[in-house]
Design a binder for this molecule. Structure first.
Ligand SMILES: C[S@@+](CC[C@H](N)C(=O)[O-])C[C@H]1O[C@@H](n2cnc3c(N)ncnc32)[C@H](O)[C@@H]1O
Length: 265
C-alpha cells in the first residue's frame, strides 16, 4: 500500500532490499527505522513490533493521527474542497493548535495535491510547496487509511533526530537506516526533504553513532549513496551494491550503481 508521495522512497528496491534483512522470526527485539519517511520498507516488511522515527514533524503527526483516528482523518481529508484556492487556504491557515487528526488530514491533503509530492519547509518551519492538482488525491481511499492504522498498531512513532533514537536501542533490535543521500544528489539540491540539508557532518555523526552501538547483539543495515566519502566512513563493514528489481523483466534484478547497502552482520 502506498499512501504517501515521498521523495527517496525505497519502493522500487523492496524485494531486493528485504532479502538482506534478518528473517522476521529471528528479530527478538524491535524493528527500528530512524529515517522512516514514506514508510515503504516498514509496510512491506511488517515487523511484529517497531519504533519509527523521523525529524519531519508533519510526517510524524500524519502517522500518529492515522494510527489513532483513521476515520476522523479520512473524514476531514475528504471534506477539504478541491482546487488551488482551497489548497493555499488550508496550507496557510493556522494548524498547530488543532487536534492531531486535523493536522494529519491536512498534511495528507497537502501531500496528495502539492506539486510533485515534494516536502519542503520554509524558514518558519511551515510546509511551503505550491499547488500541483487533484490528479493524485483520490488514489487512496478510506480502506487504505484503516489498513494503515492497523499496520501501525504495534509501533511507537516519534519525532526525533536519529542520534537519540540510536542511543536507546537495545540488544536484539534490528535497525534499518535510510538517511537522505549525500548532498549533491538531486533530492538534496532541490531541498526535497524537510528541515534543510543532511550534510556530510550528519553522515559522520551517523557513522559515529553506529560505531558506538558496536554490539554484536544489535544488527543494523543502511542504504546510502555509493560515494567514496561514504565508503570511507564504513570501511570496516560489509558493503554491497543495491539492486533494483525491474518491472518489465519480472524476477530479474539489475545493479543500481549509485546506491549501496552497508551492514554490521
Ligand atoms: C530517504 S528518506 C527515507 C525514505 C523511506 N525509506 C521511504 O521509503 O519512503 C530520509 C528521511 O530522513 C529524514 N531525516 C532527515 N534528517 C534527519 C535526522 N537528522 N534525523 C532523523 N530523520 C531525518 C527525512 O525527513 C526523510 O524522511
Amino acid at each position: 500500500m502506498r499512501f504517501l508521495r515521498y521523495p527517496g522512497s525505497k519502493r522500487k528496491f523492496l524485494s531486493t532490499l528485504v532479502e538482506h534483512f534478518p528473517s522476521k522470526e529471528s528479530i527478538k527485539g524491535k524493528y527500528i527505522e530512524p529515517f522512516v519517511g514514506g514508510g515503504s520498507v516498514y509496510l512491506a516488511f511488517e515487523p511484529k513490533q517497531a519504533l519509527l522515527a523521523d525529524i519531519n514533524t508533519d510526517l510524524i503527526d500524519l502517522y500518529r493521527g492515522i494510527k489513532s483516528y483513521p476515520h476522523k482523518v479520512w473524514e476531514i481529508f475528504s471534506t477539504f474542497p478541491k482546487g488551488k484556492r482551497s489548497y493555499y487556504l488550508v496550507r496557510n491557515s493556522e494548524y498547530h493548535t488543532k487536534p492531531i487528526y486535523y493536522r494529519a488530514a491536512r498534511i495528507l491533503y497537502l501531500n496528495r495535491t502539492c506539486f510533485k509530492g515534494m516536502w519542503r519547509h520554509g524558514v518558519d518551519g511551515n510546509f511551503n510547496v505550491g499547488y500541483g492538482g487533484e490528479d493524485r488525491r483520490w488514489v487512496i481511499d478510506h480502506q487504505n487509511i484503516i489498513e494503515l492504522s492497523r499496520a501501525l498498531k504495534n509501533s511507537a512513532i516519534i519525532n526525533s533526530d536519529f542520534e537519540s533514537v540510536l542511543e536507546n536501542v537495545k540488544d536484539n533490535d534490528f535497525i534499518f537506516l535510510d538517511p537522505p543521500y549525500k548532498p549533491g544528489l538531486k533530492e538534496m539540491k532541490d531541498a526535497h526533504y524537510a528541515y534543510g540539508k543532511f550534510t556530510y557532518e550528519d553522515q559522520i555523526r551517523l557513522s559515529e553513532a553506529l560505531k558506538r552501538i558496536g554490539n554484536k547483539k544489535i544488527k543494523w543495515l543502511m542504504t546510502n549513496s555509493d560515494h567514496k566519502s561514504i565508503r570511507r566512513l564504513y570501511k570496516d563493514y560489509e558493503i554491497d551494491k543495491l539492486k533494483v528489481g525491474t518491472s518489465h523483466r519480472i524476477g530479474i534484478s539489475t545493479l543500481r550503481p549509485k546506491e549501496i547497502i552497508i551492514k554490521n552482520y
